[in-house]
Design a protein around this ligand. Structure first.
Ligand code: FES
Length: 307
């Protein structure tokens, strides 16, 4: 069980982070009336106000750098929830931080593919350089370091993100240089996507507000150059080999019954016993499954279809 942020007396009934609550530092910027008004602006975006909780927690982080006890209380008051309910959400998701975060959040993927290609070595090197372990902040307040599960960029492994922006195909030395530059106050451009800001800035963006100074800066961030080289390798290989995917049925046309053409084509194909347009054949799909023939729901005596 873990104590909840904002609930000194409480204990968590859910959540994966069992670390203790850290008291709010004395120099924490206060949540202002402006923060409260912005929280209400977020709430107004949703038919059910409580759906706004996730971006409201990002808003709190954008001001204070973490989900502080004060932030939990503000969200609970505005949404008519208990602090325990807000805390249960905040402790479930790893993007909500329970201790003040450094100027930048550096996440090192140590999941399967990145790890095979050196993710853990990168994590160990950064940990040694910064003098911290997972989910800890360097003494100078510059960097919070964390290991991360798959960051959905396996084709660029090993990857590191800074404030959720990607730095692809890192190795120990490039990652160390990246972090050293961040500590000097530099902002190396991510491999792709928007320019780097900082953890509080990107938290504001995640809350649904622009983090950029003006419309021009925002447009430039959206249009930042990037390339998808590793992602497209398969496409280029297929092109060289003259391979192509089967054509998809046209979705725009409709059948004589009024059903979309794709649906109608699938039904008619199945009725004729024709092979599926792609993937394994129906016969193949029966091989190696965990469901013996005749034991599908409704046929085994346990499924809902059989009395
Ligand atoms: S394993 Fe690292 S991004 Fe998928």
């Amino acid at each position: 069980m873990s104590a909840l942020p904002g609930s000194a007396e409480g204990t968590a009934v859910t959540g994966l982070d069992s670390s203790p609550v850290q008291p709010a530092p004395a120099d924490l910027p206060p949540l202002t009336e402006q923060t409260r008004l912005e929280a209400r602006e977020i709430m107004a975006r949703y038919p059910q106000a409580r759906s706004a909780l996730l971006p409201m927690l990002h808003l709190v982080q954008s001001v204070q750098g973490y989900v502080s006890p004060e932030g939990v209380a503000l969200c609970a008051e505005e949404l008519g929830l208990t602090k325990a309910e807000v805390g249960a959400v905040a402790t479930f998701y790893t993007m909500y931080k329970r201790r003040p975060t450094g100027r930048h959040l550096v996440s090192v993927c140590t999941n399967t593919l990145c790890n095979v290609l050196g993710g853990q070595r990168i994590m160990d090197a950064l940990s040694a350089d910064l003098g911290v372990h997972h989910d800890e902040t360097a003494a100078d307040g510059s960097i919070t370091l964390e290991h991360a599960e798959c960051l959905a960029a396996c084709d660029y492994a090993p990857v590191v993100t800074v404030d959720y922006e990607f730095y692809d195909q890192q190795d120990v030395e490039s990652a160390r240089e990246l972090v050293a530059a961040l500590r000097r106050g530099e902002k190396p451009h991510p491999t792709r996507g928007a320019p780097l800001s900082d953890f509080r800035g990107v938290s504001r963006q995640l809350a649904g507000f622009s983090q950029w100074a003006d419309a021009d800066a925002e447009a430039a961030a959206i249009d930042a150059p990037w390339s998808a080289g590793p992602t497209l390798i398969g496409v280029h290989l297929a092109d060289e080999r003259g391979e192509s995917a089967p054509e998809m049925p046209r979705a725009s046309a409709t059948s004589s019954s009024g059903a979309p053409a794709a649906e109608a084509a699938g039904v008619e194909s199945a009725q004729r016993g024709a092979p599926e347009p792609a993937g394994r054949s129906l016969a193949d799909q029966n091989d190696g499954t965990d469901t013996p023939a005749g034991s599908e729901p409704g046929t085994s005596g346990q499924g809902p279809g059989k009395a």
